[in-house]
Design a protein around this ligand. Structure first.
Ligand SMILES: Cc1cc2nc3c(=O)[nH]c(=O)nc-3n(C[C@H](O)[C@H](O)[C@H](O)COP(=O)(O)OP(=O)(O)OC[C@H]3O[C@@H](n4cnc5c(N)ncnc54)[C@H](O)[C@@H]3O)c2cc1C
Length: 454
């Protein structure tokens, strides 16, 4: 818990929970903290969200996912006697409006630059207290470590030492206030189509993935019941969404908490290896990414890569590339490599890509662009443009990983220097690439450039 504005609570008004990064009713530490504040002060609680149509890198697809989450959480909050107020506008401005009649403000801790700045800007203008509560990681980022960590191996022992302490189930508290909710204007929050329409957007009934806490929980349940036990197997068909949890987009929008997932997976009747591998990804790797964006102000810049990686890439800057593509050719999936094109089509059409294909996808971009700096920008832009889980701490840490972040030096290769390479032959050894091509074509109904036709 952090205090962003250390001021006395106002005599009048409600407790305002500015919901932004944790759009859920369950296992939401910020919500529970706000309820407790309201109960202690004998005040009503208002939950508010600013729906920003100009949110950086938002697309109609991600906007719909977000809106589905809002409608879902609105229904769940209602069951707890709480109303969700959604207003169109910049999140900071909507929060500012709703905070003007508040006796105190509560929000979730954010990790990326802009939402962090918005919180601080709001806090400066308040004459009531404002708290930020951490709820989207298992071990709070500054408790896990007090510095930017080098790699998974350096943060892993720190996280494991604290994991049990921070894995306790969060207790739900009922709101005591019985005097009726303050009457505040809101966009309609009972149906996603209606909410989208109210801001001039249309509901796409064919969207590949549905957003919201209910969808997130159903995805978690299906994963634990049907796929978790195979998570550590590393089978050659591990390239479909059906071989991993497909929870990253729900985590990104805060539709489910990492804590809930962790508890469910640990309680499952699954082999230890599967549970351990999953916890490594969900907690160690994911929280390493949070550590990176929290402690590294330039987390989205090439300059934030480790010195050794930048140096070796600089030494190989002028190495001849077999092929060079523009960002448009890449986005269209028009390279000479059908596997890569299939990954691009999958990402573009479905908004998702399995981790194995993400690694290959990213490494090839370094191979096919004029400079490593440009490769970095292209990879980040395509990642954030097409993936539901884009623009996440994981996006910046993993695009960085393509270029050596959180990794070690390998033997020297053209273009990559000492950065870990990934070759087509390597991919072919890991997965059934023909099956992958067929699967993407079938799943998306799109032709894969360069794929054999029969
Ligand atoms: C080039 C590249 C780009 C990536 N871009 C993103 C991105 O934009 N957003 C994103 O959330 N993840 C990104 N990842 C990490 C990872 O690929 C995805 O989180 C994962 O594939 C999501 O699918 P899942 O939920 O089915 O994963 P699962 O295998 O089921 O993993 C469970 C959860 O663990 C976390 N996780 C898994 N792998 C990693 C990892 N390598 N680093 C950190 N956390 C991890 C995710 O939160 C994931 O939801 C990227 C990886 C690479 C190599």
């Amino acid at each position: 818990m952090g205090m962003l504005a250390d001021r006395p609570m106002g005599d009048e008004g409600y407790i305002f929970y500015w919901m932004q990064a944790a759009v859920r009713s369950a296992q939401n530490h910020a919500l529970e903290f706000a309820v407790k504040q309201a109960n202690e002060a004998g005040k009503p609680l208002v939950v508010g969200f600013g729906l920003d149509l100009d949110y950086p890198e938002a697309t109609p697809r991600t906007m719909q996912f977000l809106v589905e989450g809002l409608v879902d959480v609105a229904g769940r909050l209602l069951q707890r006697n709480l109303e969700l107020v959604v207003r169109e506008g910049h999140p900071r401005e909507v929060a500012h409006e709703l905070a003007s009649d508040a006796a105190a403000v509560v929000t979730e801790r954010a990790y990326l630059r802009e939402p962090r700045a918005w919180r601080n800007q709001l806090a400066k203008h308040l004459d009531v207290p404002m708290w930020e509560i951490e709820t989207n990681v298992v071990v709070p980022v500054e408790v896990a470590s007090d510095k930017r960590e080098y790699a998974a191996r350096t943060i892993r022992p720190k996280i494991h030492e604290l994991l049990d302490e921070f894995s306790e189930k969060l207790v739900t508290t009922s709101l005591d206030w019985g005097g009726g909710a303050p009457q505040l204007d809101s966009l309609p929050v009972t149906a996603a189509a209606e909410l989208l329409e109210s801001v001039g957007l249309t509901h796409d009934t064919d969207a590949p993935i549905a957003g919201g806490e209910s969808a997130a929980r159903a995805t978690l349940q299906a994963f634990v019941a049907d796929r978790l036990d195979r998570y550590a197997d590393g089978s050659s068909t591990d390239f479909t969404a059906g071989s991993s949890s497909q929870l990253s987009m729900y985590l990104h929008y805060g539709h489910i908490s990492a804590l809930e997932i962790l508890r469910k997976v640990r309680a499952a009747d699954a082999p230890d290896a599967a549970v351990d591998d999953f916890v490594e990804e969900l907690v160690v790797r994911r929280e390493l990414a949070h550590n990176y964006v929290w402690f590294e102000p330039d987390y989205d810049k090439f300059s934030s890569l480790p010195d050794w990686a930048r140096e070796t890439l600089r030494e190989h800057r002028d190495d001849e590339r077999d092929e060079v593509y523009t960002i448009t050719e890449l986005a269209e999936g028009k390279t000479s490599d059908p596997y890569w094109n299939a990954a691009m089509v999958e990402m573009r059409e479905t908004g998702y890509l399995h981790n194995r294909m993400r690694m290959y996808w990213g490494k090839r971009i370094l191979h096919w662009t004029n400079t490593p700096e440009y490769a970095y920008r292209v990879a980040l832009e395509l990642n954030n443009r097409y993936l539901y889980d884009g623009r996440d701490p994981n996006s910046y840490a993993n695009i960085g990983w393509i270029f050596g972040l959180h990794d070690q030096a390998f033997g020297e290769n053209p273009v990559f220097g000492k950065v870990r390479p990934m070759t087509t032959a390597g991919l072919e050894r890991k997965i059934d690439t023909d099956a992958y091509l067929a699967w993407v074509a079938d799943r998306t109904g799109k032709e894969i450039h360069g794929a054999p036709t029969d």
